[in-house]
Each structure stands twice: as C-alpha cells, then as structure tokens.
Design a protein around this ligand. Sequence first.
Ligand code: C2E
Ligand code: CA
Ligand code: CA
Ligand code: CA
Length: 278
Amino acid sequence: VKSGMKNDYLIFNKTIETQSIERRLLESAMRTAIKEDQFYIEYQPKINIETKRVIGMEALVRWNHPDLGTISPGKFIPLAEETGLIIPLGEWILKESCTQTKKWHDAGYNPLTVSVNVSVRQLEDPFFIDKVRTIVQESGLDPTWLEVEVTESIFADVKNTVAILNEIRNLGIQISVDDFGTGYSSLSYIKNLPIDILKVDQSFIKDIHQNEESNAIVQAILKIADSIGLQVIAEGIELQEHVEKLSINGCKFGQGYFFSRPLKVNAFEEFMESMLVI
Ligand code: C2E
Ligand code: CA
Ligand code: CA
Ligand code: CA
C-alpha cells in the first residue's frame, strides 16, 4: 500500500508539473500572439426571427497559431483570465470589433449591433471604463450600437457590479447577460440590475422542441423579461424546430448555426449580401 501511494504521489506530481509547463508555454505563446497579430475575430449573425433580418453580430475571438493551427477560445480564454492576459487581449477584441462595425456602418449595411464578450477580470480592472470610453471614441462607433455580454457570475464575483454596469450604460452601451439561466440568476434578482438583454443559454434551446421543462423555462424567462422591459435573445439555435418553438413563444431574436456559424469578415459580408437578395 505504501509504495502504491508513493507512486500515485509521483504520478500526481508529474501531471501537475506537466500541466504547469503547458500552461507556461501557452501563456508565453499568447503574449507573442498578441504582439504578432495571431488573433482575429469571427462574427456570428444575430437574427430577428420574425423578419429574418440580421440585427447584429457577436464578436468571437479566434487564435490562429503558426504551428498549432486554430486554438479554440474555450481553451485559451480561461488561461487568459487566470494570467490577466485577458486585459490586453480584451482591449484588442473591443477595439477590433468596434472598428469593424463602424466600417460596416459606413459601407451602408443596415445598422448592426455588435456584442462583445467581457470577462469578470476585465470588469475588475479599475481602468476598464476609461479604456472602453477611449476605444469606442477612437473607433468612431456610436456606442448605442455596442453591447457587452457579461455572464451571471459577475453578480456573485465582482464588487460594485451595479456601479460598474451603470457606468457602462451611461456611455450608451447596452448590457446583455450571457448564458442566462445557468448561473446565479434568480428571476427576482434581475429586476434591480442595470441590464438590457437576457441571452438564454444554449442548453435550454437544444431540447426546447422535445423537453417540456426546457420549453417552460424559456417561456418563463420570456414572460418575466417582457414584464420588466428586457429583450431576450436565444442562442444555440440549430434546428428549424427550435425556430418554430421560439416563434410560438414570442421570442424575437436568435443566434445559432441554423442561421449561420461565426464568420470571418469576408464571409460575414457575403452572408449580408445573400440576405439582401432574399
Ligand atoms: P459564449 O459567449 O457563450 O459564445 C457562444 C459559443 O457558442 C461560441 O463558441 C459559438 O461559436 C458557439 N455557438 C454559436 N452558435 C451555436 C450553435 O448553434 N450550436 C452550438 N453548439 N454552439 C454554437 P466559441 O466561439 O468557441 O466560444 C466559446 C466561449 O469562449 C464563449 O462562449 C465565451 O465564453 C468565450 N469567448 C469567445 N470569444 C470571446 C471573447 O472575445 N472574449 C471573451 N472574454 N470570451 C470569449
Ligand atoms: Ca457570449
Ligand atoms: Ca452564451
Ligand atoms: Ca459560455
């Protein structure tokens, strides 16, 4: 037993060591990536389900590593958050997204709202508001076309959440609660928070056409949102059945592979052209 324990200990130790080496490699690769422009943004269209028009897009960061190829945000965002690299990366993402959106407005696209994901760690940065103000000003984008997506965890994690969200809103920017329904939210909670949009989590949409509980939850969210004046968008729409169910429930806005995957700039432009023809 004793020697077995010793082995377990060694194996355990080694694993941790390997993990920490991997993490340090990834961290330093990320620093290089910021400097060398290896990150880019894909834009996933957001659709008005009734009119089928594109109302905006969510900016989703991508990392194209010269040797490793594309690394998914699910892998590097958590590490960027832990190491604090999300701060410079997040600034770059915001700047790039606002600048691109302004270009699209100038090119005559119908006004599109851009949604940018913001991590808890960024909101905790005491310079966050100043940075956002500067970035938006420099991009020339009217801030009413900008939305930030925050997850419910900020309500538990960040001190002064309400004050920070109010400052964002005072800039004219809208606030959307991402992955809504999965975290800390109680429906009464949201009444007092300065938010504009609830983004219903994919997990409820996935089986909305087959699972009465998911459907009931979505209906409840829509009802409460409506009564307190919040907009609702459904994410993770993959099937016609999802769209149908959401339409019946009166959900106006949606996003998901059924309409389009996240797209590079050129592909997004092609998508917009194709929607104009219809
Ligand atoms: P999220 O903010 O909840 O983003 C939605 C994720 O669902 C995206 O994955 C998107 O590509 C994917 N998705 C969209 N439509 C569908 C669908 O119909 N079915 C399914 N199964 N998935 C769909 P992605 O791009 O891999 O991003 C994963 C997560 O990484 C994001 O979840 C977000 O938490 C984080 N992330 C991505 N980009 C950024 C960013 O620019 N900043 C920050 N802070 N986090 C980001
Ligand atoms: Ca999001
Ligand atoms: Ca989400
Ligand atoms: Ca998420």
